[in-house]
Design a protein around this ligand. Structure first.
Ligand SMILES: NC(=O)c1ccc[n+]([C@@H]2O[C@H](COP(=O)([O-])OP(=O)(O)OC[C@H]3O[C@@H](n4cnc5c(N)ncnc54)[C@H](O)[C@@H]3O)[C@@H](O)[C@H]2O)c1
Length: 279
């Protein structure tokens, strides 16, 4: 029998709020691959979401933490190490929120108060987590940190709003802190750029179901699912990827390298033929 990829590894998972959360799929795959984990989310998400019930169903500790608050992060990292019995081997940062998006404020009319909150929650929270972990020496030598991003960081995407700027900053933090944490502690830091996936956060985007179908047709392998992401994270948290760091890894069925697919061309020509039938 093979030893599971995450045998004896201790993990901390941010961002699972309900069954559809990318973080919940990843947490389960980590446990199934031999890891011990602690879950965390904001107090509000724990009170309003389904995560307390889900955590109990798998006997997982759940600690409240606002990832933008340094005191909360210190408390979380102390508690998590105690519960796990040592330094943390891997972290999933699956944290994002935009009040501009939620309140349907368009990019050109964005509220700057919300804009700063978006950057703080969706990008700076990774910096705050890494800075606190480095200061407390909470992540073990050779550990692995993964954050989740989206291609709107580098290409303009209709409706993605200020979250696009947050994702660009997030990917930059991955590179900047990746060098520092790599040299000091051999800790890897990577971002996974995931296909649109139906979750609570993605439901905030206008035209999500249309967008989901569109990217699926424009991806040679189709959209990557939450389960695909979970499997990739297991590999990134494992010792198989010990020298992979500071990257944005595209888990998107080939979308980021594609302009046109046969499937999309067929759908588009059918729609065009229906609109302009031959005379
Ligand atoms: N679903 C997609 O299509 C998609 C695609 C690419 C990237 N992503 C990214 O994946 C990550 C997870 O999102 P998801 O789609 O699973 O949705 P989700 O709503 O399940 O997860 C987002 C999580 O962020 C948490 N959060 C927000 N502010 C926080 C804070 N201050 N402190 C701690 N936690 C906070 C929320 O409580 C929630 O659990 C996000 O970074 C998102 O941008 C999602």
């Amino acid at each position: 029998m093979h030893t599971p990829l995450l045998h004896n590894k201790r993990g901390l998972v941010f961002g699972a709020v309900d069954e559809r959360s990318l973080a919940w799929a990843t947490a389960q795959a980590c446990i199934d691959n031999g890891a011990k984990i602690v879950l965390t989310n904001t107090k509000m998400a724990i009170e309003l979401g389904e995560i307390a019930r889900l955590a109990a169903s798998r006997n997982l500790p759940l600690i409240a933490c606002d990832a933008t608050n340094i005191d909360d992060l210190e408390h979380l990292l102390t508690e998590a190490q105690q519960l796990l019995g040592g330094q943390i081997d891997f972290v999933l940062h699956a944290v994002a929120q935009s009040q501009n998006l939620r309140r349907h404020k368009s990019y050109e009319e964005a509220s700057y108060q919300y804009f700063l909150q978006t950057l703080d929650a969706s990008a700076l929270s990774l910096h705050k987590l890494l800075q606190t972990a480095l200061r407390m020496d909470a992540i073990a030598e050779g550990g692995s940190v993964v954050t989740l991003t989206y291609i709107a960081s580098e290409r303009s995407v209709l409706g993605y709003n200020d979250m696009a700027d947050a994702k660009a900053m997030l990917e930059s933090i991955v590179r900047s802190f990746g060098r520092i944490y790599g040299e000091r502690k051999h800790v890897r830091i990577n971002a996974v750029s995931q296909s649109p996936t139906p979750t609570r956060a993605s439901a905030g985007f206008d035209r999500m179901s249309y967008f989901y179908r569109l990217t699926d047709e424009l991806s040679p392998l189709g959209n990557a699912t939450a389960e695909d992401l979970a499997n990739l994270c297991v590999v990134l948290f494992s010792d198989l990827t010990r020298r992979l760091t500071m990257q944005t890894i595209y888990n998107d069925g080939g979308f980021s390298r594609t302009t046109l697919t046969e499937r999309f061309a067929e759908t588009y020509s059918r729609a065009t033929d229906a609109e302009h039938p031959a005379k």
